[in-house]
Design a protein around this ligand. Sequence first.
Ligand code: GLC
Ligand code: GLC
Length: 795
Amino acid sequence: MNSYGHFDDASREYVITRPDTPWPWINYMGTGDFFSLISNTAGGYCFCKDAKFRRILRYRYNGVPMDAGGRYFYIKDGDTLWNPGWKPCKTPLDFYECRHGMGYTRICGEKDGLRAESLFFVPLEHRCEVHRMKLVNRSDRPKQIQLYAFVEWCLWNASTDMENFQRNLSTGEVEVCKDAIYHKTEYRERRNHYAFYGVNRPFDGFDTDRETFLGMYNGFDAPSQALAGTSGNSVAHGWSPVAAERFDLTLAPGAMEELIFVLGYVENPADAKFCAPGVINKAPARTMMDAFATGVQADAAFAALRAYWDDLLGRFTVASAVPELDRTVNVWNQYQCMITFFMSRSASYFESGIGRGMGFRDSNQDLAGIVHLIPDRARQRILDIAATQFPDGGCYHQYQPLTKRGNNDIGGGFGDDPLWLLFGTVAYLRETGDFTILDEPVPFDNVPGSEVTLLEHLKISFRRVATHLGPHGLPLIGRADWNDCLNLNCFSLDPDESFQTTENVAGGQAESLMIAGLFVAEGKDFAELLDRLGDADAAEVRTAVRTMEDAVKKHGWDGEWFLRAYDFHGGKIGSRECDEGKIFIESQGWCAMARIGADEGLCDKALDSAVKHLECEHGLVLNAPAYSSYLYQYGEISSYPQGYKENGGIFCHNNPWVIIAEAMAGHVEDAWRHYTKITPAFGQQSHDLRKVEPYVFCQMVAGAEAARPGEGKNSWLTGTAAWTWKCVSEFILGVKPQYDGLLIEPCIPLRYGTYRIHRRFRDATYDITVHSTEDGPGKVFIPYAPGHQTIEVIV
Ligand code: GLC
Ligand code: GLC
């Protein structure tokens, strides 16, 4: 069994010890509006605000070899050309290590006695990446080497950058100074922004024309200038602008040289774009470079970044008997929640950054992972999302981060979408107690003058679903519900049409039990909220919830589990009567979380059935048996081979629904087992089998019916992050934020039942020691009061 790395808990780092990981193992940098993706070999790219419209570095998707493009350092030492991150030259190294930490990555390589330690981070206050390169001659001979620092510019719009060559190959423009290369394509016309790659000493040579640096038919692994130890001093006019900077260095034995690079992005006001005709105003870039001119300054900026993460991750910590649990809770799950909140589903090594913006449903769920960390930003996000809603409660499925405007690029009219606004807002309110957000005026579809309060948006959301019911009184599914691939109103036989935007048969009446469960769960929470506000509409909400519960019991129960849906023609989906897709996870999770029919034993039965039919070695699959052929009345779900994605994959996002429901039902061992199966720190799969990063959740792990069960895909950007956080923090460790305090109600096996929690909650700090007992699980309520409290809880 190959191992490619391990956790370093004390440093909050994952240490990668071999560069040839089964898939690039990446990290993210950035906390404001400048973000970077960086792989363990320094591949990746950065952007400001929007991965599609303000892309700074070019990246090659579907590239061969994989992961082409990044910030590459080349070292020419005698006849050897090598990269400290191994790629792209892949010269064998004497030592390699990559440490992915909180918002930074260190890559260290050593070859023939020369050690190159690089640190990459995005500082808090600037729109840039800082690259610190430290070279140490550990040999006993003097070394004369060339160091090259290389990046390739993207012509801003990452989408047209890949297609519109008849234009692009003529537009590229740069400016070169002695210590910085500026990328200014299109600045002469409508853009007010440029990028630069600067360094804290003059370089000895440069190239800005890619072909001059690489050679026309060479790859990144064989740049002809670096192979020769030379530079072409080329100035790009069109074609593909790059920044390649050469430094001739002499290092005595034991000597150290440090260079600090700044890869930055600048926006200038319209009236201060130029300092001379055609010459860009570089003052802001200079200021940024000056801020990192010395090691002391870079140290300070890095220390500030560490302090930022120390503060955030200091808000909720656990000390238990289970190291895998502690490192997941204290570090990696919360970190992934932050990244998912920042990126939504836009930019990862599975999301191209050009396809999807911020999802209405996704971003609302992401809130549950970060309300305790960055409540102000959660507040703004809620208002941004609500502003994309329509007056009838429907909404765009996504909006573009740059403009905050909704669009129909990936469809609209998903039956579940409006309810997630309730979910996100309630999570925010319980954490912060900030009810003023409900009075904020929020427009519809961003149209000025259309504002109503956020509370009104919530009511409209609820009513939208309450009034869009089908023949069985269950919610209409629309384009799809949470499962984007259950497309019951689209009958597509044309491979060129999208399942989510095609509507080719009118009058769809398909209904969803997943939405029914979501509606009841969110409706109960909404009624509680309205009660608190003294709002009489609580009664209407409760009635609608009761009616829905009745409809589920009457038309949504299949005998041993909850049905999944009724199709266009009123046929059952997820029923023992079906040949395939007899049982689905989403309706078991949601109806059981909503406790529909709990008194009659329905929830227990549904959860038992989930264990019996859906559980496999690596988690709970989405449906079983998976569909073995394409069924045009069901849509995209049946387009996936069995065991993958929404067709029988372990869609990790929905496993926590079952875990939470198990916890609510008091099924301690089941909850724990499901949790440890999907949580990567527990290491249930080998690195080679899992393939993707062992420190973050992935959207999907191949299910039992797949060719390689246990293989992970779509790591990083997934609702799994927020949902597992909610599940482990509130339901397993049992720290539930309420409007008036914290309810402690754990569900953890007795053998791990004593642990300590440190929790910041509004203006209070709690140190809680939990002791679980045989009679548990029980619960204890701790009222909110500012200040510090140390509490022992016996449950
Ligand atoms: C993807 C989507 C999410 C959807 C899920 C299931 O993760 O981002 O919105 O709910 O797939 O189809
Ligand atoms: C596909 C994927 C699903 C994702 C959707 C986004 O349907 O299977 O996971 O949510 O695309 O549009």
